[in-house]
Each structure stands twice: as C-alpha cells, then as structure tokens.
Design a protein around this ligand. Sequence first.
Ligand code: ADP
Length: 522
Amino acid sequence: MNTLAVEGKLRPVNPATLEPVGVVPVTEDVAYVAAGAAAAQSSWARSSFDERRVLLERVAEVLVARMDEIAATVTAETGKPIVEAYTTELMLGVEQVAWLAKNIERVLAPERIRYGIPYLAHKRARIVYQPVGVVAVITPWNFPFSIPLSQVAGAVAAGNAVVLKPSELTPLSGEWVARVFAEAGAPPSLVSVVHGAGETGAALVQAPDVAKVVFTGSVETGRRIATAAAGLLRPVILELGGKDPMLVLRDADLERAVEGAAWGSFANCGQVCVGIERIYVARDLHARFVDALVERARALRIGRGYSPDTELVPLITERQRDRVEDLVAEALERGSEALTGARRPDVELPGWFYEPTVLAGGDPDARLEQEEVFGPVVSVLPFDDEDEAVRLANGTSFALGASIWSRDASRARALALRIDAGMVWTNDLGISYGAGPAPWGGRKDSGFGLTHSKHGLYELSSVKLVDSDSGRVRVPWWYPYGPRAVDGFKGVLELRHGEDGLRGAWAHRRGLAHLAKRYVQQ
Ligand code: ADP
C-alpha cells in the first residue's frame, strides 16, 4: 500500500512519482463527529428548499473558483490524468450539484396522492419526504472527488447532515468536498470528514447517530459493511464493483467503437467501476476491431498525470499492480493471448505503471474473466449471434454497467433490455454519472440501492404518508362486527373486483345496504 494509517497519520503519495502529497491526522473519535453532525442536522432538517438551493448553487460556484486546486490535489493523490480530473471529477460532480439545486423542490416537495378507492374518496393524503438524519458516506480512491461530492450533495439536498469517510489513499481530495461546502456557507458540522483506514469506516458504520450508510467500494468491504449494518438494522446503499461488458454489433461504427473501447478500458488506468473489462465483438468485425484496438492501446501516452498530454497513468498502489499482474499471468496460463501489453512499460518514473493490455479471451472461468480487474486490461472475444452476446454479457456475478455499439438505435435499445445491468449505454459509456436525472446503481455483486436522480433522493429521505381524514365519515369496518358486516364486505369485494360485478354483489345487497347506512350516517 502506498499509505497506511501509521501512528495516527495518513500519508498519501503520488502513485506516479511516489512523492508524498501531505499528512492527514486520523480521526480518533468518529462517534463524536457523528454526534456533532446530528446536532447540525436537527436545524438543517428545518431548512427551506430555497436555503438548500442557495447553498448548492454556491457550492457549484466555489467548486469552479477552486477547480485548479481541486484538480491538482486529485491528480497528486491518484496520479490520474489532469484532463480526467477536470472531466470525470469536476465536471461530473458540478453537474450533479447544479441539478440538485434546480430540482430538489420539484422532487421532494410534499406530493398529494389520491387513493383511487371509492370508499376512501373523502380522504386527502400526501407523501412527505423528510430527511433521514446523519448519512455516513464511505468512498473509494478511484474518483475521490466526484463520488463523495455527488453523494454528499444529494444527502444535504434532502435535509441530512453527512459524515464523509474518504479512502485512506485520497484523504485530501475528500477534504475538498467538506471545504467547498464550508466555503459555500454550509452550517458548521453539516458536512464533516473523518479520516482513517477500514477501522475508521467500520466505526462510522456503527456510530450511534448514523441513520444510513452510503458505501462505494469493493464487494468484500461492501459485504462487511452490510453485515455490520444488519446487526443494527441500519439501511445501506452499496455501490460495488463491476465487470462491464461492451457489445460491438455487426453494424457498429468501427472507429467509434475502438475509440470508446480504448477510453472505456484505459481511462483512469482502468480503475473505474464501469470501466470496460470485457469486449464481445461480432465475428465479422472481430479481426479489424482487435487490430485497431491494439494499435490504439500502443499509442496511449504514459506518464505523470500533471502533463495535459498524459493518457495512461499508474495503478494506485503496488498491491493493486501485483494483483493485476497475477490475474494476467493466470489468464495467460489458461489460454488467453496477450495481443499487447501484459508487462510494465519503460518509463523514467518509479510509480506503479502497467502497459495497456489487450487479451484475446481464453478460459471463461479464469479469474481475470470473472473478477473485477480494476486495471488497464481488457479481454476481447468474438460472438456469432445476439443470443450468444447476451449470454456472455450476463455471465458474471456482476451487473453494474454495459455498453452496446451499433448504428441501429432501436436494435440497441431492445438488446439493452436483455442485459443484466443497472445502466446500459449505447455508443458511449459512463457519462450519465454527471447527469442529474440518471439513476446510478447495480445488481447482484454490484450492490443494491441507488444514488443520483429522484431515486437517489428518495433513498436519502424518510418517505412518510400523511393521511388526512375529516373525521366526519363513519368507518364501516370498525366495530361492531356481525353477520351483516360479513355479507356486506363480501358484496364490496364482488362489486369492486368480482367477475360479475354488480350482478355478483346483488346477492349481498342486504349487507351492502347495512354498510352503506353506516357509511353515510353522521
Ligand atoms: P478499495 O480497495 O477499492 O479502496 P475498499 O472497499 O477497500 O475499496 O475501500 C473503500 C472504502 O471503504 C475506503 O474508504 C475504506 O477505508 C473503507 N473501508 C474499508 N474497510 C471498511 C470496513 N470494514 N468498514 C467500513 N469502511 C471500510
């Protein structure tokens, strides 16, 4: 690991240069921070939609005013290309904040509902969306700014306070999230950050004041968090890994598909939960696609993230590179062929670089074909028909994202319905992370629960029904009971849903008359 909670300090380093980036003290009393958040939340819960909107608008402005510093921190801690710091961190993040500012009232204003049942027609009812309280947001290092920013902003927009636990590898990027909220005028302790490794995260999950946990990270840790939370009956949202397939159909625009494949597989050094890990190409196109992708992969410029030209950066830690090397070695032993890469590049830098790697898929049971690699490695396999493509695409334990590449939009849309995934993109991938109305989340080992969009806001709210009855209509299903009541309710059932409707109800007319009398009395 390139940083550990040693002697109460986190010491993130730049994975390209191995230079230290800073020192951050580990938080000692996580429960105390959560209690502070609870105090702040009790007033924020009463904030008007206007106040929330103003805060979020201001957050967006501060973020833009500070963008160069934020991008520099993110690139220092992750090594990621500076272009990606602006696109996948700042752009995606700020669009979410702006959408929340514009839409929070529309989504979370009390909603009048009609029951649509004649004997309840006199009632008025509303759904109200109240905050859940303190939300714990636990995040990984691969998008150390946009993931926490969008989740924190959603939680705050819904009236909650947040305690954020950023990855121990990227504490300073996480710190920026709280800082932009503070500089935008958020009340003290509305957004707090706790620092540390897994133990700190575990302490936060258990902190008495935490009402809900939003976790993004590995399957293994997600399972641990779900287990701990289950003991407390504490709800969790789990955004876990992916093993995203890319389906290139016969009528795909080959050049675009190759460009998309290269970016989808190698951006952020492949350390993207919706990164492309498996490519299935229609047999007719397969050879041309593979040649072009190999050529494109070889042309990627490897280096330190600060340089605007850099396209491929190192893995985040030595351990992560070791893991990628092990997975590739095992796949090669089991029959995969390395078409390019599968080794460390010649670079002057000491960091944990690995060449962009294209494998011709071998054994479908190889770990590399089943587990999330989270590195610059993609395997390519031909398919003969769409059924086979769907079977291959759905053949792992993950179900996060997928992409379909075709010139025929309606065919791609129809195929999208057959892919087991939370998000399916056509001729593109991933960008909906920045789109406010787009939900984000997966199934199976990719987790459960949604972030972003109205669905994400509902998850961060306590959804309450408020039923208003004038109290002037008598309630026929209350006491006293008796045979006429039984007869009457049988009549109601026949009338409302029976095959013969009114005719079926006729046999129970006496009971119905009895109920009707009670209903209108008073
Ligand atoms: P990654 O290896 O991709 O960083 P992890 O799932 O290990 O993924 O980590 C994601 C986040 O979860 C990090 O902030 C990490 O510190 C935190 N974390 C790790 N273990 C635990 C745990 N047992 N409980 C809560 N949070 C944890």
